[in-house]
Design a protein around this ligand. Sequence first.
Ligand code: HEM
Length: 131
Amino acid sequence: MLYDTVDRAKVEEMVHRFYADVLKDDILSPYFTKALGSDLKSGKWHEHLNTLIGFWLLMMNAEIGYKGDPFPPHAFLGQMYRETFERWLILFKNVVEGMFVPEIAQKFYKKADILAEQFIENLGIDEEEED
Ligand code: HEM
């Protein structure tokens, strides 16, 4: 049964599933293992997962908790391409569509898609490809 509500436990499950998939992905895993290592149970990953749980609760439920700025860390991850973001979005879409009813899955996806586009713009990715 797909979830038709969003709460902390469901966001925790989503975030854990998503990053487990990310670590198995050839394109995405190098960025994450370089920044955080490859053990989802490590302290660094624990911190990242908690940050992302707070981030998604803010995005989806306007729940106060995440006070960061999502973009800055992405400026220091090495070269990323439109393809990197497209892969991130595909994995994310698969996870949210597998867990939530379409209306909620689409809301998650739309937020991610908007931010991915902002990151791509901030990183100047499309301009570089035109050179
Ligand atoms: C190419 C795609 C992406 C890659 C490779 C990537 C990778 C990473 C990594 C490695 C970190 C941890 C950095 C650190 O702590 O040193 C991070 C943080 C984060 N990412 Fe991404 N990311 C991607 C796309 C996205 C998208 C589309 C979103 C938004 C939906 C997002 C949201 C975040 C947030 C909220 C943080 C935590 C920022 C903070 O510390 O406050 N990421 N990302």
